[in-house]
Structure formats: structure tokens, C-alpha cells
Write a new protein. Structure first.
Length: 300
């Protein structure tokens, strides 16, 4: 999956900034998704999971696996573990080991463990990535395709009684093509559309260490969306808006991990790159080049 490779590249950028020249370290990064349908794979119904504990286990000289580290996922479902001494972690695994306050009911069961994969090795620094881990609810969600069994029809069914019409379910906004500008996201009557992140989420939490170093660790997403005039503040405003739109609509031109990747690449590039990226985000947020319009309705 292209977006998964983009995620690994983004994770590398964030980890490289965190390492900051240190030697003899190994970094392990990955993400956890909520497998709402319990089908063992990532689908359009699944989403990154916050507050999930991930444990890394490695084999010892006797072949027995022992725990080497434990970390909890952030708002974007990401986790990062650091091991000193740059050991060989190629035989290690990571697995969901528990749930925290932010995981809701999706931490009842854990998917299979995943082996670490070496992505980068230079100057005694190693970077490992892990395929997405899965956490599952106790039962599949009711909207999953396989959650409702087909009705059994008798051979000679009796005449069906008159029943009231079956109610129509409202459309699922996540499946619709929607793109809303930053002014709409800042209006109080649409605050219910902030789902994966909140207006008070820190920019450094949503976009990583590179953004945190540029905009500070205390700036919130709401404050970032008020910026204008300066190229970097314009990038932050439109990048935050694109991130929100990507969480809100699966048909938005950018995947959430793609927004984060492009934001980080722009922040380490030239001012021209910053303006170009901000303009691309702005076009996507306005629905330019597509049939997407803002599908917001007033929150109740």
C-alpha cells in the first residue's frame, strides 16, 4: 500500500529528528488500527487507535522471548520505542498488549504479533518498522458486511404480514466526498466533526517533532488554523485543515499519513516548497479540481 510506505518514510523523518545525531541507538516505529469488523485486515471501516499499549519481545540466548520495551500509541495511532546500544532486533516482535483510556472498546482482543523489519542502518543507528498491528472489539460492529447473517427462508413461507416501511439510515459522511475550508472547521456549530483530533491537540502531537520544533510544543491546532501572512503559518493552517478533511472523508484527495508526510517534507525544505505545499493543500480543502463540496450540517 502506497500510503503505508509513506507512513514509514514519515516515521523515519520524525525518528531522525528525535535521534538528533545520537549514536548507538535503535528506533522501532509502527501504528495500531482498530479492526472494527474483526476480519484481520485494514479496511475503510478501520481507523488509527489512540491509547493502546504495544510490547516488543525479543529472543534470548536460550530461545525464550522476553519483553524489551513497551509504549502507548498517540492520537494518530503511532508508537515509537528506543533501545540503546544498537542491538540486532531482526528476531523481535511487537504485539498489542493492552488498552488505555483513549482506546474506547476496541482493545478487547489483539491481532497477531508482527516481526520487526530493518529499514535504515547507518552510523551505528538502526531504524526498524513494523507492519500495522490490530486491536479488535469484543464483537464486530453492526455495520460490518459480515455481521448480519442472511435470513433463513422456509420452503413454504406463510403470507407476510403488513409491516411498516423499513427506515432509511442516514448517509455515512465518512464515505462521501467532502472538503471544507479552515473557516468552516473553526465555526462552533461544526465542532462535532473534530473526531480523531480535537481543537486543543498540540501541533507537535498531530504532526510530529519536526512541526513541534518549528511551531513550538504549546501551539494547538486551533491556534495554528488562525495563522496567515507568514508562509509557514499558512502551511500549518492549510495542512491542519487537510488533515481534518482526510479524517472526515475517505474520498478526500489526501490520506492522513500523506498530509503528515507532505507537511514534514515542506518544513525541512525551502520557502518555495512551503508555499507550493500550502497551495496544494488549499486547493484540496476548497474542492478545486474535484466535485467535492463541504458536507457539514449543524451539530445537534
Amino acid at each position: 500500500m502506497d500510503w503505508l510506505r509513506k507512513f514509514f518514510f514519515t516515521a523515519f523523518l520524525v525518528a531522525a529528528a528525535a535521534i538528533g545525531g545520537a549514536r548507538g541507538d535503535a528506533m522501532v516505529t509502527g501504528t495500531v488500527f482498530c479492526d472494527q469488523c474483526k476480519d484481520g485486515q485494514i479496511s475503510l471501516f478501520d481507523y488509527p487507535l489512540n491509547g493502546i499499549k504495544v510490547t516488543m519481545a525479543c529472543p534470548g540466548s536460550d530461545g525464550q522471548y522476553t519483553t524489551w520495551g513497551e509504549q502507548t500509541t498517540n492520537w494518530l495511532g503511532n508508537y515509537a520505542m528506543r533501545v540503546g546500544g544498537a542491538p540486532n532486533l531482526s528476531g523481535c516482535y511487537t504485539q498489542v498488549s493492552g488498552s488505555g483510556q483513549g482506546s474506547n472498546a476496541c482493545g478487547a482482543a489483539a491481532g497477531p504479533a508482527k516481526r520487526l523489519r530493518l529499514m535504515f542502518n547507518m552510523f551505528d543507528t538502526e531504524m526498524y518498522t513494523v507492519e500495522p498491528l490490530l486491536a479488535q472489539p469484543a464483537q464486530p460492529m453492526s455495520f460490518c458486511p459480515s455481521s448480519t447473517p442472511a435470513p433463513v427462508v422456509p420452503v413454504n413461507p406463510p403470507p407476510a404480514p403488513l409491516l411498516p416501511p423499513v427506515p432509511r439510515f442516514p448517509p455515512t459522511p465518512f464515505l462521501e466526498a467532502s472538503a471544507c475550508p479552515h473557516q468552516m472547521w473553526l465555526m462552533p456549530e461544526y465542532q462535532c466533526y473534530w473526531k480523531v483530533v480535537s481543537p486543543d491537540t498540540k501541533v507537535a502531537v498531530a504532526f510530529g517533532l519536526i512541526a513541534g520544533r518549528r511551531f513550538g510544543t504549546d501551539m494547538t491546532l486551533r491556534q495554528g488554523m488562525l495563522g496567515r501572512g507568514d508562509p509557514y503559518r499558512t502551511l500549518l493552517r492549510e495542512g491542519t485543515t487537510a488533515l481534518l478533511n482526510s479524517y472526515n472523508s475517505i474520498q478526500f484527495p489526501y490520506h492522513p499519513l500523506g498530509v503528515i508526510q507532505d507537511m514534514n517534507l515542506a518544513l525541512v525544505g525551502s520557502t518555495r516548497h512551503v508555499l507550493h505545499t500550502a497551495l496544494r493543500f488549499m486547493r484540496a480543502n476548497s474542492g478545486s479540481g474535484s466535485t467535492a463540496t463541504c458536507k457539514f450540517t449543524t451539530c445537534k
